[in-house]
Design a protein around this ligand. Sequence first.
Ligand code: ATP
Length: 902
Amino acid sequence: MPDQENLSFHSLSVADTLAHFETREDGLSDRQVAEQRERHGENRLPEPRRRGPLMRLLLQFHNVLIYVLMVAGAITILLQHWVDAAVIFGVVVINALIGFIQEGRAEQAMNSIRRMLRTRARVRREGEMQEIDAVELVPGDIVLLESGDRVPADLRLIHARGLRTDESSLTGESVPVDKQTEPVEADTLLAEQTSMAWSGTLVASGQARGVVVATGERSEIGRISRATESVEAITTPLLKKIHQFGRQLTVVILILAALTFSLGVWWREQAMADMFFAAVGLAVAAIPEGLPAIITITLALGVQAMASRQAIVRRLPAVETLGSVTVICSDKTGTLTRNEMTVRGLRTAASQVEVSGGGYVAEGSLKIASGPDDDRAIQELLLAATLCNESELRDDENGRQISGDPMEAALLVLTEKSEQDPRQLRRDWPRTDNIPFESERRYMASLHHDHKGNGRILLKGAPELVLSLCRKALGSDGEPVDLDHDSWEDTLKHFSEQGQRTLALAMKSCASDKRSLEESDVETGLVLLGVVGLEDPPRKEAIDAVRDCQQAGIRVKMITGDHLGTAMAIGRQMGIGDGRKGMSGGDFQKHRDEELADFVERTDIYARFSPEDKLRLVRALREQKQVTAMTGDGVNDAPALRSADVGVAMGQKGTETAREASEIVLADDNFATIASAVRIGRGIYDNIRKSLLFILPTNGGQAMLILVAVMLGLSLPVTPVQVLWVNMVTAVTLALALAFEPAEPDVMQRPPRPPGEPILTPFLVWRVVFVSFLILAATFWVFHWHLDQGYAIEVARTAAVNTVVACEIFYLFNCRYLTRTVFARGGLFGNPWVPGAILLVMALQAGFTWLPFMQQLFQTEALSRESMTLILAVSLPVLFVVELEKWLMQRQARAALKGTTE
Ligand code: ATP
């Protein structure tokens, strides 16, 4: 096979292109694939260029705290305090390293998740349809495209039906381009090469087949080296807010530090050098430098936890938004139900047939409940169900496999149960053309010819639609009879009341030379063959998840393309809606936008809904200030997915277009996964708040300690390097443990968090101030007790530092639950990271206090048993006092609640 470089395939005929790759419409042979793989490698775009490790490390120094420290370090050198300077610079470097490692871990988590979102491609190889990972494509492969797909490599189209592609990712042009198979002039511009489909673009509508002409870096998108999946920086609105809060706080702190210095020097007449250290100490104490890193880690852990529960986060802010979702609008088929279809019954003009057996194996049979034994319409219906069908059944060592739509596969199984071979029927009636199923059209049609020259058009689709197209139904003798609409309506009602999906099938004869099928062909002259009822049981776990969501104050709505009766029945089985109110797309469209508000809140079942209806519904819900998660899978669902606060795409049956428009992809298409993601989202948000609640009082307490000492003209209870030590060790041990905190058991029993709620609620601010004072009081007291007892100032300071850390250790337990008491089962030791972090901190503190070289660095002294007892005696009460505060606050809240309900 010659190389494809420098060949303009767009101007080559289909036959020449196929010949060039020595391929046929049947696809390459396995040997050819292996050869091509050897030559061209994987169909992978070059990784988007990322910042190198050195740059990322250097960026860690780009932060106000580090600047403050560096200036402080420089001045310390000028003052010839060598040890202090060494400690300060040591901390700067260690801090940067910690940030670098943590950021790397968070990024790694995101990258591994991105890999889960690989594009799949349908190819024909050795005459068989296969679904493969798009990276395995090689030049010469025959690829099938459908609306919603992402084009997996550059293709020369060999067959196209209504194909339009959205090439905005390549050319920036947002209007979809019509494609066809005729060659175009060699010098045509890329955007006008209509015989080509370009890698990375999206199929807006239609169907096509194409031969791969360039893969990976050689594709057009690879050449301009703009990877479609750009690396998203780890940031969310919350993280941005925290950064902003951090910057504002830093300015305030720097002013405060300057003020402390000035007041100390001029009012308290202290030595300049001492006051300089006090000011630095204050700044270092008060800036919550560990916070952004902890929050990034918490979010990354959340993303990982969601991925392990099959929810793949595409956009990080969704992790936060999920926690405040108030409405989930879910598809029915496959999300709430199992999408495992079995035909339960069918009806023709003359007969009623019951079908036994379950699953996709041909165990079971057709039993005529009423009607003649030799109903021709049943035969014709089974033939239509087999031919007007894109699915395939295969048996391999793992048993029965189905490919394609499960509902269509169920129809093939039905044919097998009637003791006919679908493959044989397909060989007898080869397909000439078809109109594929699209949700908006609600039918599929196909054109067939047998080997005797008979032509036949077959159609299957939503019964209301098919019935409206037919005047006649096929009688048992094979002759058309008049169609009795009422009796067919009754049949449909009967099927749908049992929660079954319904499909109608129809046919018409056509000329033997008819080669192509148009929509106009199915508008007249169709004869109804019958209807089938298919069972698709609810997913058990989804029923539980619906209940969990409802308990969590989240309204679950079902939005389906299916029939209202079926939707209502499934709704009843799943506890969605009140069992009475439901709305069909037709009725929905009659309402003007202003009127929607009225019922969108009350109605939970929406049937025969089009993508436009979905979009209007999302908008109406958002008008109502609801935070909406919406699922979707089709190309046209993209606008609704984008409009929803959290767009949720299906990973299995969803299109690439739907995925691109979504925040989250469900790897298993399961509703229960959304509920798990909400649970995790709520837990993550709680953990972020817990981290804030834990870190801020440490900063507050220590800063006040220095401030009070300077104002009272006393010696500093902790030196700047000691403050640095405390902040560093607690940030990487105690605070980090909170990032691993499991979600509280009642997260799904509370109402959703109000969307606009600030992260630091008044309650949180109160708690931070309260605990800051506790730490201040405890430490100040221990420090002065030591001085009063005649201990050296080094000993008093060592005791003070240990007191701060001990208070934090006990306070860490309090922080595990925001409002509930931790004196409960699992309260104290439910998170193994907590005792682990505490042990580590204790070891570090022991080193800080007793190791000679640490004593030198930090000017510490060994502590006596008496000191240790005192430290324990003042810090342990923090645990109880904060628990008492929780109890009082809860009591007050309950009283207030009672007051409002009375
Ligand atoms: P959901 O939106 O909950 O996934 P759904 O899968 O039933 O529901 P659609 O796929 O839009 O929604 O199907 C709408 C209707 O079109 C179905 O109720 C059925 O009558 C008909 N239909 C579905 N699939 C096919 C198909 N492959 N061929 C013909 N008709 C179909």
